[in-house]
Design a protein around this ligand. Structure first.
Ligand code: HEC
Ligand code: HEC
Length: 373
C-alpha cells in the first residue's frame, strides 16, 4: 500500500469531528470546529453551483486542505473499502463529504424490498443531495488524478476529473473527454487513462446505486483501530444506523481471510456486479453480486449471449475449466476497440490485466466440480 501524501492512513481526523478519536488534525478552513450544527462541522466540499461549471482547479473545489491541496479538506471524511475496484494497479484514497445535516440511508431489503433488486442490494448506502465523494489515484505515492462525484440534485449525480500537475501542487479540471496521460512517477513511466464524464455514469449507474463503494459490507472495516461504521455512527451520520453485528465484510480479494470462493465472489461483486445485475439486461443477463446464490447468477453452465472469444465450447463459467470460462476469458481479452467488439471486462476503463484477480477467479472455477442446482 503506497503511503500517499493525502489522508489515506495518516489518521488526520478533522478538528470538527469530535468523538472520532482523532489527533493531529489538519487545519480546516476557518471555524469549522463544532460549528454548523453538523457532526462534521462546516462543509466546504460542496457541489458546484452550475452543473457544467465545476471549479477549474481542485484547490478551488473546497474539497482539499487550503494549506496543502494534496490533502483532503477537514470536513471530508476519509474512508477505505474492503474490496476495491482494480484501476490498472493504482493506489487510491477516498473521502466522503456529507452536506450539513445530511444523513445516510442504509437499504434494508428485508423491511423495504421495493428498494432492492433481491437481497443482493442489502446494506447499500444512499447518500443525500449535496454529497460529494472524492477519490484520488496514485502510483508510487504520486497523485495522477482526483475525481469528484457529486450528488447535484435529486435527478443527477455527476463526475468531474482533475489531473495533477508534475510538481504536485494542484490539479486542473479535465474537459469532458477521455484523456490518455503519460505519467512519470519518478520511478517509472505509467500510462494512465482519465475517463470522460459519460464514462463515470456508465459505471456509476442509477440502478447500481450511483455510488458504488459505500455499502455496509465494503465499509465494515477497522481503520486506525476503529471500525469505520462505528465512527460514522458516533458522528450521527445515519438515518438509522446499521444493526450490529454489521453485515459480513467483503473479504479482500488479495488477502488471506475467507475461502477462495468468498474472495472470488467479493472481487466479482466489487468489480463487475454494479453493471452485471438484473436491472441492466443490456449488460447480458448475468448477476455478479456477492449475495446472489451461485445457482441464481446465470453464470455456471450458462451459454454466452455475447460471443465465445474464439473458444467454441466455452460457457460463462465451466466448472473445473477456467480456460473455457468466459468470465476469465473476458478479463484477459484486449480492451474494446472503437468498433465496440466484445472485449475486456470491465467494459471500460480497464487497460492493464489484473493478473492476481485472474488467478483468483481461475482457482475458484478450477475448484468447482459441478454447477449448483
Ligand atoms: C469501470 C467503472 C468505473 C468508472 C468508469 C468510474 N468509476 Fe468511479 N468507482 C467505480 C467503483 C466500482 C467504485 C467503488 C470501489 C472503489 O472505490 O474502489 C468507484 C468509486 C468512486 C468514487 C468513490 C465513491 C463511490 O462511488 O464509491 C468516486 C468519487 C468516483 N468513483 C468517481 C468517479 C468519476 C468522477 C468517474 C469519471 C471521471 C468515475 N468514477 C469513473 C467504478 C468506476
Ligand atoms: C461498465 C459495465 C460493465 C462492467 C463493470 C463489467 N461488465 Fe461485463 N459486460 C458489460 C456489457 C455492456 C456486456 C455486453 C457487451 C459485451 O459483450 O461486450 C458485458 C458482457 C460480459 C460477459 C459476456 C456475457 C455473455 O452472455 O456473453 C461476461 C462473461 C462479462 N461481461 C464478465 C464481466 C466480468 C467478469 C466483469 C468484472 C471483472 C465485468 N463483466 C464487468 C458491461 C460491464
Amino acid at each position: 500500500m503506497a503511503q500517499g501524501p493525502g489522508c489515506g492512513s495518516g489518521g488526520n481526523q478533522s478538528p470538527g469531528r469530535a468523538g472520532a478519536g482523532g489527533s493531529g488534525g489538519v487545519a480546516g478552513s476557518g471555524g469549522s470546529a463544532g460549528s454548523g450544527g453538523s457532526a462534521t462541522g462546516a462543509q466546504t466540499c460542496v457541489p458546484p453551483i452550475l452543473i457544467d461549471q465545476p471549479a477549474a482547479k481542485l484547490s478551488q473545489s473546497g474539497c482539499t486542505d487550503p494549506t496543502d491541496s494534496r490533502k483532503m479538506a477537514a470536513s471530508v471524511l476519509p474512508y477505505e473499502v474492503n474490496s476495491p475496484l482494480w484501476s490498472d494497479g493504482a493506489d487510491k484514497e477516498r473521502g466522503l463529504a456529507l452536506p450539513v445535516g445530511g444523513k445516510i440511508r442504509v437499504k434494508n431489503c428485508a423491511s423495504t424490498p421495493a428498494d432492492c433488486q433481491g437481497a443482493g442490494d442489502d446494506g447499500k448506502w444512499v447518500l443525500p443531495v449535496g454529497t460529494v465523494l472524492v477519490k484520488s489515484f496514485l502510483f508510487d505515492g504520486k497523485l495522477v488524478e482526483t475525481r469528484l462525484f457529486v450528488h447535484f440534485d435529486a435527478a443527477n449525480w455527476v463526475g468531474y476529473s482533475y489531473r495533477w500537475d508534475e510538481a504536485q501542487t494542484d490539479a486542473s479540471l479535465v474537459a469532458d473527454e477521455r484523456v490518455e496521460v503519460a505519467f512519470d512517477t519518478g520511478q517509472r513511466q505509467v500510462t494512465w487513462h482519465i475517463p470522460s464524464r459519460m464514462d463515470c455514469t456508465t459505471c456509476h449507474t442509477p440502478t447500481g446505486g450511483s455510488t458504488l463503494g459505500p455499502e455496509t459490507a465494503q465499509m465494515n472495516r477497522v481503520v486506525d483501530g476503529t471500525n469505520q461504521i462505528d465512527r460514522f455512527k458516533s458522528l450521527g451520520l445515519f438515518e438509522i444506523a446499521p444493526a450490529t453485528p454489521y453485515k459480513a465484510a467483503l473479504p479482500a480479494p488479495t488477502g488471506t481471510v475467507g475461502t477462495v470462493e468468498e474472495r472470488a465472489r467479493s472481487y466479482l461483486h466489487a468489480n463487475c456486479g454494479f453493471c452485471h445485475r438484473p436491472d441492466d439486461a443490456n449488460f447480458s443477463s448475468i448477476d455478479l453480486r456477492r449475495d446472489v446464490a451461485l445457482k441464481d447468477t446465470n453464470t455456471c453452465g450458462a451459454q454466452a449471449e455475447k460471443g465465445n472469444q474464439g473458444v467454441p465450447d466455452s460457457l460463462i463459467i465451466t466448472p473445473g475449466q477456467p480456460t473455457k470460462s468466459l468470465v476469465v476469458l473476458r478479463m484477459t481479452a484486449p480492451p474494446d476497440d472503437d468498433a465496440g467488439k466484445h472485449g475486456r471486462m470491465p467494459k471500460i476503463a480497464s487497460y492493464v490485466v489484473d493478473t492476481a484477480a485472474v488467478t483468483l477467479i481461475s482457482d475458484w472455477i478450477t475448484s468447482l466440480t459441478a454447477c449448483p442446482q
